[in-house]
Design a protein around this ligand. Sequence first.
Ligand SMILES: Nc1ncnc2c1ncn2[C@@H]1O[C@H](COP(=O)(O)OP(=O)(O)O)[C@@H](O)[C@H]1O
Ligand SMILES: [Mg+2]
Length: 272
Amino acid sequence: MTDEQEVTQPPAPRDPPVSRPARGAKLEVRNLGKAYIHNGQALDVLTNVDLSLNPGDMVAVVGASGVGKSTLLQILGTLDLPTSGSINFDGEELTRMGASRLAEFRNRRIGFVFQFHHLLPEFTAVENVMMPALIQNIPVAKARQMATDILGRVGLSHRLTHRPSELSGGEQQRVALARAMVLGPSLLLADEPTGNLDRATGQAIHQLFLELNRERGSTLLVVTHNPELASLMPRQMRMVDGGRLVEETDTTYRGKVAEEHVVAPREDGATS
Ligand SMILES: Nc1ncnc2c1ncn2[C@@H]1O[C@H](COP(=O)(O)OP(=O)(O)O)[C@@H](O)[C@H]1O
Ligand SMILES: [Mg+2]
């Protein structure tokens, strides 16, 4: 333990934003660009992407395979860096944050659920969910309590000591959701979270996303191929070429780009 380091320092005069209690993040993404270098050639995936998310927004992003959805999520989740542009997260510019602060920020403020659960195979469900809390130096007993509580919330009180290989696909994904939510992130990112599950199991997970998010007020951005999940979200966007995001909200999901939303509104208010 490194307790001694902690006690020699007086408490900081103000809590840094990272330790604020959970509330939904406000995100302003401007002119975001991402190019991959592949075989010496630059491959532009995202060009001038803009996105505004208000605290508590629940947004589905749909779009063709390979268009750049995962790339955007990885960048918003601070798992990858953009080539250009800015990401303002509750007033802080993520693209200028130092590595150690970024790691702390990611752990404390952002929850990530992937298509495949990425649970640690040698640890039990409760141990996997405790992990983000332990990284925050939350005492073990408290971390265990937090993990047990959220696992109860996702309906897994009876599976606390199961390892991932001893859980069904839906249960694994519920553990992953619990792990993402255990610290009350202000931004929850999910990349095709039910892409690997049967329909009924996927629907149960969708409901959990909605319920947990409503309870805790985090901002949710979920990438999905699943029209049912997309239509559950109050706000829907489609990613098109260059990563441009086209608002599709208030339309029943139709599985295609609504052209009227692609065209910028005319200043005289006419629709066409
Ligand atoms: N590390 C990488 N190096 C080079 N190209 C990549 C890399 N990651 C993704 N790409 C390419 O970027 C494009 C967008 O990928 P991705 O964001 O995963 O798409 P989506 O999630 O929408 O299916 C794809 O054409 C993919 O091949
Ligand atoms: Mg993807």
